[in-house]
Design a protein around this ligand. Structure first.
Ligand SMILES: C[C@](O)(C(=O)O)[C@H](CC(=O)O)C(=O)O
Length: 519
């Protein structure tokens, strides 16, 4: 029955000690802002029986201190995305953090690259984090060893970088059911990540294509995802940070109507037509293109939310009475219908089933208010908040952060200078673009990222070099790369023995041979 002695008292005492330790961890100032919907007992019961510690926790603390300092000073950390350890070894000279972007991983770290649909294997990003973290450890080790070859006085003249910049990584939507999300969180922690972000997009429906747009999941599912990550971090006992990213801004669909907190924003037809799917199928059978048939239906369906439908039918006075009771957080459609029936004389036709897409999604009306509601609700599960926006609309940025800060004045936020932002089109002047980062920092946006620098950034460099190499060959290489990189201060590369790890390898040989490696 058992291969160990069954000392039940010892087992119970160890369990209770775990519970007490967890409760203490949760009161730590570093965790005090978090609220869990589960008990320390549940977490203790999910832990291993041997203690395991993770560098991810240290990196989480380090990141926390960096960002909190920025928050206190009204400043910010500005970083960019890469999947390349050599790039990381250079960016840490100027950036305090490193970003591992899902979009970049999906383009450069998989066998089948493609547009950012977060459709790559679920362990892709953690593997890249692990690669980068281990490379950081290598640079940290080889630099330390190189310094220790020198006397204290000599070391004053040697370079010293902090290669262990905390890594922030893209957890996308958690990649499936909660067990996948739990495994994803675990892999990230084991890989050495300092913070991951998780969003409210539906799996397979992160879209930046020219066709139909993005789909979010119900509020309840978003909450469960974030809770799953928090639970896993607690099970592992790490101070790894969780960023609650919300992609509701400009999303066009939601997967389900199960959560009344979403009902205010779900769009229905106010005209009693055939369902969209049927109309489109008929149209296509007659040879109409999909988009044409869809748009025809949409133009006839009187698409709007239930509250808007009531407004159309009610008198001003009726609507005011209706709004005071029915437009509030979490009022279900059923309750809205009941209130409308009681207060509005005319019948309100509204059917959110009719506009469902052929994948079953419901149509959705995004607004800053929805992001605020989601962000505020999930904030106690995470350490930071990121409202991913499709366009840099300054008014929306100010509104979102101001509203969340009314509830959580010390909240730290992130912002992504996402792919195809067009600042001019969004009404920014040159001056405003220049002060954008500093202005955002004043709103608590302490972590700012250009996630996909590597695409255009590396491509420009590669294309320029490819052209020169073709034109000038090794003579050109000597002039444009070799000579400048060898002139003091020597730029990192294979020619710099400390960077390439030669001294480190020599140290291994020396120690094995019984030689001294410190002065
Ligand atoms: C941050 C992001 O998730 C990424 O994968 O890098 C993308 C980047 C982008 O679209 O520019 C996103 O913002 O969704």
């Amino acid at each position: 029955m058992s291969n160990v002695s069954l000392d039940l008292d010892a087992e119970e005492a160890a369990f209770q000690a775990q519970v007490a330790a967890i409760e203490k961890e949760w009161q730590n100032p570093r965790q005090a802002h978090l609220k869990r919907p589960y008990s320390a007992e549940s977490i203790a019961a999910l832990r291993n029986t041997i203690p395991i510690t993770y560098p991810s926790s240290l990196q989480g603390d380090k990141l926390w201190n960096i960002l909190k300092t920025h928050l206190a000073n009204g400043t910010h950390e500005k970083t960019f995305g890469t999947t390349e350890p050599t790039v990381v070894s250079q960016m840490v000279k100027h950036q305090q953090t490193v970003y591992v972007s899902g979009a970049l991983c999906g383009l450069s770290e998989v066998q089948h690259p493609g547009c950012d649909h977060a459709d790559y294997p679920w362990d892709t990003v953690p593997k890249v984090v692990e690669k980068i973290f281990k490379a950081q450890l290598f640079h940290d080790q080889r630099q330390h060893q190189f310094r220790m070859r020198h006397s204290k006085e000599e070391r004053a003249k040697l370079e010293k970088y902090d290669f262990m910049a905390p890594i922030i990584a893209d957890g996308d939507m958690g990649f499936g059911g909660l067990t996948t999300t739990v495994k994803l969180a675990k892999l990230f922690v084991e890989a050495g990540v300092a913070m991951i972000h998780l969003d409210d997009l539906a799996i397979g429906l992160k879209k930046f294509t020219v066709g139909e747009g993005r789909t979010v999941v119900p509020t309840s599912e978003y909450l469960s995802r974030l809770t799953a990550v928090r639970m896993q971090f607690d099970v592992m006992g790490t101070n790894t940070l969780l960023m609650c990213r919300c992609d509701t801004d400009r999303s066009q669909f939601i997967t389900s109507t199960i959560d009344p907190r979403d009902h205010e924003y779900i769009i229905g037809a106010t005209k009693d037509l055939d369902p969209l799917v049927q109309y489109v199928a008929n149209g296509m059978a007659e040879g109409k293109p999909y988009v044409q048939a869809r748009d025809e239906w949409k133009s006839q369906a009187g698409l709007m939310t239930f509250d808007q439908a009531v407004k159309e039918k009610a008198t001003e006075e009726e609507y005011q009475q209706y709004a005071s009771k029915a437009i509030a957080y979490g009022v279900s459609l059923k309750e809205k219908r009941r209130i409308a029936k009681e207060l509005v004389k005319q019948d309100v036709f509204f059917d959110w089933e009719l506009p469902r897409t052929k994948e079953g999604q419901y149509m959705w009306k995004p607004s800053v208010k929805t992001i605020v509601e989601r962000a505020v609700l999930v904030a106690p599960l995470g350490d930071m908040t990121w409202a991913r926006m499709d366009a840099p609309v300054w008014k929306d940025i100010v509104e979102f952060h101001t509203e969340v800060r009314k509830v959580y004045p010390d909240r730290m936020f992130a912002f992504g200078f996402t792919g195809m932002y067009n600042y001019e089109a969004a009404g920014f002047t040159q001056e405003q673009v220049k002060s954008f980062s500093d202005d955002m920092a004043k709103l608590g946006i302490v972590w700012q990222v250009q996630p996909i620098w590597s695409v255009a950034g590396l491509n420009i460099t590669a294309e320029k070099f490819a052209k020169e190499w073709q034109r000038d060959g090794i003579a050109g290489y000597i002039e444009t790369i070799s000579k400048p990189s060898r002139a003091p201060p020597i730029v990192d590369g294979f020619h710099k023995l400390s960077y390439a790890g030669s001294y480190l390898a020599d140290a291994f040989f020396a120690v094995v041979a019984g030689e001294k490696i410190v002065p």
